[in-house]
Design a protein around this ligand. Structure first.
Ligand SMILES: O=C(O)c1cccc(C(=O)CC[C@H]2O[C@@H](n3cnc4c(=O)[nH]cnc43)[C@H](O)[C@@H]2O)c1
Length: 269
């Protein structure tokens, strides 16, 4: 099993490496075009050997896609392709209760409704969605898919999402990818109106997932919440706590990944 974990910045990469490194020392730093992989090889509890490469590819969906594509391609050319690409890092959580108009309560049983992603909590994406990839129209925002091209959603393998979310006690739901960090209550409400199952937003997941999909590699997104999505309040950010939570999450996730292999549908074999 070979896993590529892509973060935006080195602080996130180092937090992930510390977590994975709880069960394995870092082996090597390996250059890839445009970046440096940090390689670890935790001993899986069962099954084939596990290699985890962690890459800080830069902030935003374009940098994430470029870095992911470079690493995936280098591995494929070397005939050691990855089995899974993971977008990991801190993110904004939708920490307030859903406004009545956007709550899918009428149709969704309470247990299935998205939970609130509080500061420091772990979020695992069951859908990775590009929230601002589209066009403004007189009728409001239209996704590129409404315009007849592209894609705005990637779905990680459901059994893996369930296993990772359960093991890390994570909130499970849609994670939005945005190119502009939300800075107002109005924008947060608009995103929730369009994506009622959104639990978090960040800036890289869709880039990682799009690059992975181009090479038929399944993708996962794991975030820890550093701030609330909404009015800008830098004093309220909890980046240190979120990075610690990221380390804790990957200490749990790494051994789990070693027990997984994927068929083309992304189900467990
Ligand atoms: O300047 C601001 O108001 C501001 C607020 C939150 C985050 C930022 C960043 O520049 C961080 C971008 C970086 O971290 C991830 N991230 C963390 N929180 C959020 C968020 O609320 N919305 C989107 N991205 C977030 C993101 O993935 C980037 O890698 C600035």
């Amino acid at each position: 099993m070979r896993v590529l974990i892509v973060t935006a910045v080195p602080a996130e990469r180092d937090a992930v490496v510390r977590g994975v490194g709880a069960t394995a020392p870092e082996l090597a730093e390996l250059p890839v075009p445009g970046g440096m992989l940090h390689r670890l090889s935790p001993a899986p509890p069962a099954g084939p050997p596990l290699t985890v490469d962690v890459l800080a590819a830069g902030v935003g969906p374009a940098a994430a896609a470029a870095g992911t594509a470079a690493a995936l391609t280098a591995a494929a050319v070397a005939r050691t392709p990855y089995d899974l690409a993971v977008s990991a890092g801190i993110g904004g959580g939708f920490t307030t209760a859903r406004p009545a108009a956007t709550t899918p309560a009428a149709t969704t049983p309470a247990a299935a409704r998205p939970a609130t992603a509080r500061l420091g909590s772990v979020v695992v994406a069951d859908a990775i969605v590009a929230a601002d990839l589209g066009a403004e129209t007189p009728d409001g925002f239209a996704a590129v898919t409404d315009l007849g091209f592209g894609t705005v959603e990637h779905l990680p393998p459901a059994p893996l999402v369930a296993a990772v979310a359960e093991a890390t006690d994570a909130v499970r739901g849609t994670v939005l990818t945005v190119s502009t960090v939300t800075g107002s209550a109005e924008r947060a409400a608009e995103l929730l109106r369009r994506h009622p199952c959104a639990v978090a937003e960040a800036m890289e997941g869709f880039g990682v997932a799009e690059a992975a999909a181009a090479q038929s590699v399944p993708a996962l997104e794991v975030r820890t919440v550093s701030n609330a999505v909404g009015p800008r309040d830098r004093a309220a950010w909890r980046i240190g706590e979120a990075l610690e939570a990221l380390t804790g999450a990957f200490a749990t996730i790494a051994p789990l990944l070693g027990t997984w292999t994927f068929d083309p549908e992304g189900t467990r074999q």
